[in-house]
Each structure stands twice: as structure tokens, then as C-alpha cells.
Design a binder for this molecule. Structure first.
Ligand SMILES: Nc1ncnc2c1ncn2[C@@H]1O[C@H](COP(=O)(O)OP(=O)(O)OP(=O)(O)O)[C@@H](O)[C@H]1O
Length: 300
């Protein structure tokens, strides 16, 4: 069973001075799963993810990521060029790092280098790297392969960040607010890319403020507020969403809007159809969206 977990976290705590950012987080992410972390600004998502990535040291708790404790590689750099005080060998650190892909918010520009050059350069860091040209195409930057990175738009730079996150063919990919600044078409294309990676077996952990993104991509979502996990569930089951009452709206023959809450909307619609002798004017049936449920969970 443990082998099926890409990530296992128990009792994770982290404070910055008096400010407790992570206050006892338990979390499991299964291999091959797409897991979305949701939570308001300052909830502790980035701190949690940075601890999982080995970029931040925790105060307490057990953390296992792909069979290793990321705390032991804390302070090391990509390629294990600096092992810090980790009691892990440079080789082990480099191996672990090469299995974990990270897409940070804005890796930045690479001055005069072109997109293709940067991706090719990064591919040299990984033993089993993907074909750089293929990856550039895959993130939708084919037409910009020979453009210098400082000439890219904000959304195109994000795509380059993604390319650098996946060039090493990671088993586990962390994405921090990956589609911020994307236009709607670019977001849909990016979602397709994530689905392709997931279908190929990559475990994906993403943080996002877009509820539609979580709903569209995630097998499960975890809601964090004030450093604690409030609930972990598939998006359609979060907050007992499936049991929520449906809202049925229609118009009376004189045009007055009517609304009713119902646990059995099908029966109500059938009754309305009988009453109207066919088509019910202005009929809509809705249930709370993921956003409605999420906002009620975090107290709005
Ligand atoms: N380097 C730091 N030094 C001091 N305090 C920090 C640091 N990083 C985060 N914090 C604090 O820890 C808390 C959690 O921040 P964190 O960035 O983990 O939240 P988040 O859920 O990722 O928020 P957002 O959605 O805004 O990115 C906040 O109160 C924040 O101010």
C-alpha cells in the first residue's frame, strides 16, 4: 500500500517566527493521481509544497516523497551540485531530484538564449531527459522555438516554465498556480497537456485558485485553510456536494419567476411538466458549484 503513495505527510508543521503557516497537515497523494491543493491566500499551500519539494525545512512531522524524506535533500541544488548538510549522498540527492519536476511561478528569463536553447540546456541536467524539440512543441511553443526568452509574453513564459518542469520526464510534477496569466485557449491547451502527462502515469500536485481548473483536472482536491487540511475529496463529492439540494427555477404562466429547493428535482420537473402540459417556461435545474461549496467551507 505504501508503494502506491507518491506522497505521504503526517503531522506537518512549519512556523515563521510566531506565524504558524502549517499547523499539522496530514496528506496522501497516490501514484498516478492528479491532486489539487486549494485554499485562500496565506493558507499554507506554498509552504507545504516547498517542504515536499525539499526547498524548505519543516519544524515537525513525517514526510515521504517518492520513498525519500525531502528534508534530507533540503538545501541541495538541482543536479546535486551542493549537498548542503544533508546526510544523503550527492548521488541519491541528484537521483531524487531528477524524479521530481517543479514548475515554479516565473522561473524567469534567460537573457539572450532562445526557447529551444534553454530547454536543450536544461535537458542536460537529467539522465532520462525527453527530446527538447518535442517538449517545446508539446507546451505550444513550437512557433517560438527560436525566439529569445525575454521577448515572450507572460503566458508564453509560463509555458517555458512548464517545459523546464517536464523536460526530465519526472515521476512527480509540482505545479504552482500553473495557468495564472493564461488566456482561455492557452488554459484549455495546458489542461490537455496535464491530462496527457497524467495518462502517461505522472503524479501531479498543483496549487490553484481556479476552481474550474481543479474540477477539470483533479482526481482529488485538498482544501487548506489557516495551515490545516479541512477536507480531501474528489471534486464532485467535496462538502457533500452530491447531496446538496438542487435549485429548480421556472416561470409561471403570467411570467413570474418561481424557485424551489428540492432533494428530488426530477420528480419536481415531472410534476411541473404535467402541470404545464409539456414545456416548462424558463426551466433551470442547478446544484452548488465547486466554487459555492469551497467558499462555504472556507467561511464565506
Ligand atoms: N518566507 C517566509 N517568511 C515569513 N513568512 C512566510 C514566508 N512564506 C510564507 N509566509 C507566511 O506563511 C503563511 C502561509 O503562506 P503560504 O505562502 O504558504 O500560503 P499560500 O497558501 O501558498 O498562499 P497564496 O495562495 O497567497 O500563494 C502566510 O501567513 C505567509 O505570510
Amino acid at each position: 500500500m505504501e508503494d502506491e503513495l507518491a506522497i505521504s505527510v503526517r503531522g506537518l508543521r512549519k512556523a515563521y517566527g510566531d506565524n504558524v503557516a502549517v499547523a499539522g497537515v496530514d496528506l496522501d497523494v497516490h501514484r498516478g493521481e492528479v491532486f489539487a491543493l486549494l485554499g485562500p491566500n496565506g493558507a499554507g499551500k506554498t509552504t507545504t509544497v516547498e517542504i515536499l519539494e525539499g526547498y524548505r525545512q519543516r519544524d515537525a512531522g513525517q514526510v515521504n516523497v517518492l520513498g525519500s524524506d525531502p528534508g534530507l535533500v533540503f538545501g541541495s541544488r538541482l543536479r546535486g551540485s551542493r549537498a548542503g548538510s544533508a546526510p544523503t549522498s550527492r548521488r541519491q540527492t541528484a537521483d531524487w531530484r531528477s524524479r521530481v519536476g517543479i514548475v515554479l511561478q516565473g522561473t524567469g528569463e534567460f537573457d539572450e538564449l532562445t526557447v529551444a536553447e534553454v530547454v536543450r540546456h536544461f535537458s542536460g541536467f537529467y539522465p532520462g531527459a525527453d527530446d527538447p524539440d518535442k517538449v517545446v512543441e508539446r507546451v505550444g511553443l513550437g512557433a517560438k522555438a527560436n525566439a529569445r526568452t525575454h521577448t515572450l509574453s507572460g503566458g508564453q513564459k509560463r509555458r517555458l516554465d512548464v517545459a523546464l518542469g517536464i523536460i526530465g520526464r519526472p515521476e512527480l510534477l509540482f505545479l504552482d498556480e500553473p495557468t495564472t496569466g493564461f488566456d482561455p485557449e492557452a488554459r484549455r491547451e495546458f489542461w490537455e497537456l496535464i491530462r496527457d502527462l497524467a495518462a502517461a502515469g505522472t503524479t501531479i500536485v498543483l496549487t490553484t485558485h481556479y476552481l474550474d481548473e481543479a474540477e477539470s483536472l483533479a482526481d482529488r482536491v485538498g482544501v487548506i485553510a489557516a495551515g490545516r487540511v479541512i477536507e480531501v475529496a474528489p471534486p464532485n463529492l467535496l462538502g457533500n456536494r452530491q447531496d446538496a439540494l438542487a435549485t429548480v427555477s421556472w416561470r409561471t404562466p403570467d411570467g413570474t419567476p418561481e424557485t424551489a429547493q428540492s432533494a428530488t428535482p426530477t420528480a419536481l420537473v415531472a410534476e411541473l411538466a404535467a402541470r404545464f402540459g409539456g414545456e416548462v417556461p424558463g426551466l433551470t435545474v442547478t446544484r452548488p458549484t465547486l466554487e459555492d461549496i469551497y467558499l462555504s467551507m472556507i467561511g464565506h
